[in-house]
Design a protein around this ligand. Structure first.
Ligand code: AMP
Length: 618
């Protein structure tokens, strides 16, 4: 007979352990499960019927912590000690967020621009990981309270553009909250799963996920094929959402009331903000809204509201156009459009998206819950209750290493599907070189100095060998969570070294976009620079190898050959100093032509290997 466990914490019968799905949102968070009987995903609700846990953490002077709905009122009454939008700080440095500092009403430490941000509350310092862990703990407690069983395993969603460090930070927050994070998945992928997309292995679909929440906007283009999800492209704006729609109404009303500012009247300001949100929500189902504010009647029609927000909605459509362009797709290629986020309830938003994609949108699943519900579907798959499926995401920027002359050698191009692996062989540039340095960069520019450094390590202890002889295999591996591991192995000796990349700080998606734009703006310049650096590097290698050859094999060459070679070397050296790519290439070729028969003459494998070798930094 099977044993039945008793939960010591609650005294109730132990249920089989459940893996929960968590949407850790900027404004709101939720926890969901697959209902054991109906097998349908459901968001877990408290007695008040609300599935939403506001992503707000309040600390009182005694260090007591309140999270969610209980913490929300403090946003107005005690802003310095009330943390919202901690997600925006995940994996970020002060430098990353300083242009948006006005957005945060609490104190963000700015003592070191490059290290990860901390938030100061009283005399305590909190990392965004600790803050997120408080929210995750509240969700875990909610789940345990409702399910009457300990909850220790979770799937957590993150935006598709989150980089390695942000994903790692989310995973660490889970750990801190006592959760074993089985998988980090992308929010648009979760939304698709909630709509049941991708569960049929014969299904082939291209999906657009339009996600307009309270403070952020994301558009993602996904492809599903054979039960496999692939993110083709992402775009968006991390500071655009429902709050901007509220602000449009506030400004309109302030104009009507001839009010310049309510800066010093906190309570009135708050009242007006709430009235504006109420108006916005009402106008999703009505043509007209009316309320009283400080003894005045305030009204707004749906038509006026739509005129006020048209610019904001258009901005999101520009992002959609960019995402389509990045995915190299036409609107007619999109089979399904999914609506995610509370703000997609606004009819103008729905209609504009439908017009853009030239088809009706899917909005049958609650847009506030859809991501958490999808995370629950994924959790169920991982629990083995559903067919096993592979989830593929993409790298937002190219990943590579620094090679000779400060060039970026891309191993994994931008938009590579993950999990993935790529490798390339490198060699030493100097005789007897005992170590090679592997410096890892992220970005689209041809010179590493224009890209972002993620980390570096040295493969040391290479036995003394002539330049070009060691074969160093560098492998980039990205796991399903998007964490990058870089391995270097000297193939002759088996010497291996590796690191896992947990970058110091992340990039905002605007910065990702800026980097992409820069790579386009400077494309011509970059290509020319790369060509020159490559020509110079090759020339320097040929010069070094020739010099070595000459000193070793002087007896094999005639006096005339020696003279000609010295002249050709001098000409090449001059060309290098003149920084003229064509001249360098011409003179390299001339020297090559001249020395080729010499190399053949001695049949020195090592030297011919070195002539072909691709150098890396020493
Ligand atoms: P989310 O971040 O996805 O929870 O979205 C929250 C945002 O959706 C807030 O800005 C809400 O004001 C907005 N929202 C919720 N319900 C509605 C509605 N019926 N019409 C318009 N906006 C809504």
């Amino acid at each position: 007979m099977a044993k039945i466990g008793i939960n010591i914490a609650t005294g109730s019968l132990q249920q089989p352990e459940m893996i929960v799905g968590i949407d850790l949102g900027t404004t709101n968070s939720l926890v969901a499960i697959i209902h054991p009987e109906t097998k349908m995903p459901i968001a877990l609700k408290e007695f008040d019927g609300s599935s939403i846990v506001p992503s707000v953490v309040h600390f009182d002077q005694f260090g007591n912590v309140e999270v969610g709905a209980a913490a929300k009122p403090y946003l107005e009454s005690d802003p310095a000690n009330t943390i919202f939008s901690a997600k925006r700080l995940m994996g970020k440095s002060y430098k990353d967020i300083q242009t948006h500092q006005d957005f945060f009403a609490y104190k963000i430490i700015d003592d070191n621009n490059d290290s990860l941000v901390k938030v100061q509350v009283g005399d305590q310092f909190y990392s965004p990981i600790e803050l997120s862990a408080h929210i995750l703990t509240a969700l875990k407690n909610r789940a345990e309270h409702i399910l009457k069983t300990p909850v220790t395993k979770a799937v957590i969603t993150v935006p598709a553009y989150f980089n390695d460090s942000q994903r790692q930070a989310t995973r660490d927050a889970g750990k801190l909250a006592g959760l074993d994070v089985l998988r980090i998945i992308n929010e648009p992928t979760a939304a698709s799963l909630a709509y049941g997309l991708g569960l049929d292995p014969t299904e082939e679909k291209t999906i657009a996920v339009y996600d307009l929440g309270g403070g952020t906007f994301d558009i993602s283009i996904l492809k599903i094929s054979g039960g496999v999800f692939e993110v083709l492209s992402t775009n968006g704006d991390t500071y655009l959402g429902g709050d901007d729609l509220d602000r449009a109404i506030i400004e309109y009303w302030m104009g009507l009331m001839k009010l310049d500012t309510l800066e010093n009247q906190k309570s009135l300001k708050q009242q007006l903000r709430l009235a504006a949100e109420q108006a916005k929500i009402a106008l999703s189902n009505a043509a007209h809204f009316e309320t009283n504010f400080a003894g005045e009647k305030l009204t707004i029609t749906k038509e006026i509201f739509e005129n006020l927000i048209a610019g904001i909605v258009d901005k999101t459509m520009e992002c959609c156009a960019k995402a389509m362009k990045d995915a190299v797709l036409k609107v007619s290629d999109i089979n399904t459009v999914l609506m995610v986020g509370g703000s997609t309830r606004v009819p103008l938003v729905k209609n504009t998206v439908a017009t853009f994609f030239n088809q009706p949108v899917n909005d049958t699943v609650n847009p506030d819950e859809v991501v958490a519900l999808g995370a629950a579907v994924q959790a169920d798959i991982l629990a083995g209750n559903n067919q096993s499926m592979l989830l593929l995401d993409i790298t937002p920027l190219s990943l590579g290493i620094e090679t000779m002359g400060g060039l970026m050698d891309v191993l994994l191009p931008r938009n590579s599907k993950i999990p993935t692996q790529a490798g390339r062989q490198y060699t030493t540039q100097k005789d007897g070189q005992s170590g090679i340095q592997i410096a890892i960069y992220q970005g689209e520019r041809d010179l590493v100095k224009d890209n972002r450094k993620l980390g570096e390590f040295t493969l040391s202890g290479i036995p003394s060998m002539p330049a070009g002889l060691p074969k160093v295999d560098v492998q980039f591996l990205i796991n399903a969570d998007g964490i990058l591991q870089v391995r270097a192995k000297e193939l002759r000796t088996g010497l291996t070294q590796s690191i896992e990349i947990k970058p110091q700080y992340g990039l905002t998606d605007q910065e990702v976009e800026q980097r992409l734009m820069d790579s386009i703006t400077y494309a011509k310049e970059d290509i020319a620079t790369r060509a020159l650096v490559e020509a110079k590097t090759e020339a320097e290698q040929i010069l070094a190898v020739t010099e070595k050859f000459m000193s070793k094999n002087i007896a094999l060459l005639s006096k005339e050959e020696l003279m000609q070679t010295a002249e050709a070397m001098q000409a090449l050296q001059l060309a290098i100093t003149m920084e003229d790519k064509n001249l360098i290439q011409g003179k390299t070729e001339a020297l090559n032509e001249l020395t080729r028969p010499f190399a053949e003459r001695v049949m020195d494998q090592a030297i011919s290997g070195a002539l072909k070798g691709k150098g890396i930094m020493d």
